[in-house]
Write a new protein. Structure first.
Length: 303
């Protein structure tokens, strides 16, 4: 019996058995090991802030700042109790409801207005469509900070300050060019034969959009819903600019109330509320993740 030490016998094709040196096998395994170690190190760096925030939510406020230990020494749920009790005379659930109003309203407005606008650009050849499309794309290149003051002046003259209208009105008017462009590209990928078949049966644009195009747009609609919900839920600057009444504050604004430069700051309760604020976003993403993944898989099958 022959023992092979320098080479390894592996399965071969019609040309007969092939042998691979043990050194090549070890070099390949070493590269794989280095890659996995590097990937784990990057993962630790990325997840460390989230883990630190989670651990800090169980620490007393005086142990969070300046402490080098990640594991709390005197961990408790007192911070979560403080967060659930609210702050500034406003209940925690009031902040949650306010954020949900803006997030759900943004999703509904974007799905309605952007889908109709995208269908018009992708399927209807009207006069000046290319000019309007270029103007819409140009708004994506315009920095948001350029239009802050003009928008605030307009909404102030309309008496909409300290209301949710400045934060929701643009969603129902297809003002988010990113979502319009996303849906346009998706609709353009659908075969026009579907429209022609429906038109032969006597369907107009309204029937074609509602009965043919809209059901096929589920991947684009779900993707837009996920981004719209997360962006609206995490928005801080918009509510800070237009909302003055603490009873109308959203979760990001509520987090700011725990840090006061002129008095004592409760960092423990702030970390606990930050964890609670992340839960709806995570649950929303997990609920619609399978639709997002299936949509990506379907896009990959298109020829």
């Amino acid at each position: 019996m022959t023992v092979t030490t320098e080479t390894e016998l592996i399965t071969a094709g019609p040309g007969g058995p092939r042998r691979r040196s043990a050194g090549t096998r070890w070099r390949s395994g070493g590269k794989t090991l280095v890659f996995h170690v590097f990937a784990i190190a990057v993962l630790v760096v990325i997840l460390y802030p989230a883990v630190w925030m989670l651990m800090s939510s169980f620490k007393p406020g005086n142990e969070i700042i300046g402490s080098v230990s990640l594991i709390p020494e005197n961990g408790s749920f007192d911070n979560y109790a403080k967060a659930l009790n609210g702050i500034g005379g406003v209940s925690f659930w009031t902040f949650v409801v306010n954020s949900l109003i803006l997030a759900v309203g943004s999703v509904v407005g974007i799905l309605l207005s952007c889908s109709i606008t995208a269908y018009a650009f992708a399927r209807i050849n009207f006069r000046g469509s290319r000019i309007f499309f270029v103007c819409m794309i140009a708004t994506m290149l315009l920095p948001f900070h350029v239009v802050i003051i003009p928008q605030y002046i307009v909404f102030n003259q309309l008496g909409m300050i300290n209301t949710y209208w400045p934060l929701l009105l643009g969603k129902f008017l297809a003002a988010d060019a990113f979502f319009v462009f996303l849906m346009i590209q998706f609709i353009r990928g659908l075969p026009r034969e579907l429209d022609e078949a429906a038109r032969i049966d006597g369907a107009g644009h309204v029937r074609i959009f509602s009965a043919v195009i809209l059901p096929l747009m589920k991947p684009a609609l779900v993707t837009s819903s996920i981004f719209a919900f997360i962006w609206s839920w995490n928005d801080f600057f918009g509510p800070l600019l237009y909302l003055k009444d603490p009873g109308m504050y959203t979760m990001p604004l509520a987090l700011r109330l725990y840090v006061d430069q002129t008095s004592t700051s409760d960092y423990g309760a702030q970390m606990a509320m930050a964890i609670l604020a992340l839960l709806p976003v995570v649950l929303f993403f997990m609920a619609f993740q399978r639709y997002l993944v299936s949509g990506v898989a379907t896009e990959g099958l298109k020829g």
